[in-house]
Ligand binder design. Sequence first.
Ligand code: ACM
Length: 524
Amino acid sequence: MSSTVIPLPRDWSPAGGEVAVPPELTVAGDGEALVAARPFVRTLEDCGAVTAVVRAEDGFLRLVTETSDDESHRITVDDDGVELRGGPQGLRWGAQTLRAMLPAACLMPGSGARAVLPRGVLHDAPAHPWRGLLIDVARHWMPVTWLRRVVDIAAFHKLNRIHLHLTDDQGWRMPVAAYPRLTTVGARRRETLVGPAPGDRYDGVPHGGAYTRAELEALVAHAREQGVTIVPEIDLPGHMVAAIAAHPEWGNHPDPVEVMTTWGISSTIINTRPGTLAALRTIVDEVMDVFDSPWIHLGGDEVPTTEWEASPEVARLMEREGIDDVRGVQGWIMDQLLDHVRRAGRTPVVWGEAMDAGVSGDVVVQAWTEPAQVERALARGHRTVASPQQHWYLNWSAAPGDDEPLGFGVGKGLATSVEDAWAYRVPDGLHGVEGALWAEYITTPEEASYHLLPRLAVVAERAWAGNACDWAGFRPRLEEQVRRYEQLGWEHRPLTGPGLRWSRTWTDPGGGPARARRRADIHG
Ligand code: ACM
């Protein structure tokens, strides 16, 4: 039997037949290994296949912790039971593989399904160290309960980074003790454009929400337990309208601006004054305090320079620093903050345009505009993360029809089907790959999940297995993966069949979107 697991394991040698997991599950392994294997054990308990878990010297499930700090692991299923070997991270991915090797029915809590595993030996390791998913909580605030779900979805796909886009023109979600106005003012917009941009109809409904420090710390801890790092992004020097609405002294004009209510690129960007840079350092310090990620994303995409071109201050700065082209001002201002991140022992990450604006030193470059930007970053020797928008922006409509939920490209004949996502073949030498879920048009967790799944499975396959598999080999595994989503209760877009069909309705213990509205009221 070939493996049905997504992402494709590097090496799977089936030995024929199956082994039943006993209802009293004996487990051997140290405490840390038990934490790593918890998603597998909990799945068995939740479905009812296992009624008791007992520590034993020589268990049915034997977890062997190796000293390796890579992500490789080895699973052996034979008549003696299951042996899982690896370093702490490898054990986590091995546990996810074991979940996926169970009959799909075992993934449904309370199903009472019989748990069996195929006999054989699996050896696995990823093609890329960075396997990410961007979640945009700036355009629409999302409940933390859903972000925890996203971590679980990422871990099931062996993605190891959630890139949290915390700030943008339409909302600032990151609490900063020194600058409370960032969330009391910057986290709330008066109303939101209805339908695709550009447009002229607004809903008249305030939207807002910010996370508390405690919520973010708990999210980071939950992710760490699953082997996932939350990489925070503060997007600058553009995409800062919400911050400038809260602190007009950081902008280039004395006139107040409001948090943006529509979508697109704003020409309102931050100024280059020492006081603004000092404030940004304080913000980045708080971000580094809350998020233990070795990588800190500082944005750098889509920076119109019209305000700087008209600024005598910027002209003086260019003269003083010997900057010939105003685009170099972006490189200069970002360099100040990238150095700040490096001095704290972290590695900065930037969007592709920052590379083109001439930032210096060691950065991870996330290339998104088109595949050529990926090639350019690689040619310049950067550690490169590929997020080609035409393929892996999962907020693009999955099909051009009117029966899809609002997505990017609606009405323009643009869509990214599963096959379109699959069409991007990763070039050699990548540091990583990342799918992105931008949330201009995504207002609820159900819509987010519908856009995310199953296209995220394609990103995960390329992330872990590179181009190892062809479409004919992937498609049946994808069908099996969708059956797993159904059993897990994860909302997704069906692979076949006409029209929009939510598979489940999101029930949020925290109150979901209603809670977002309540927060908007608080901020109002
Ligand atoms: C981006 O899509 N502006 C990174």
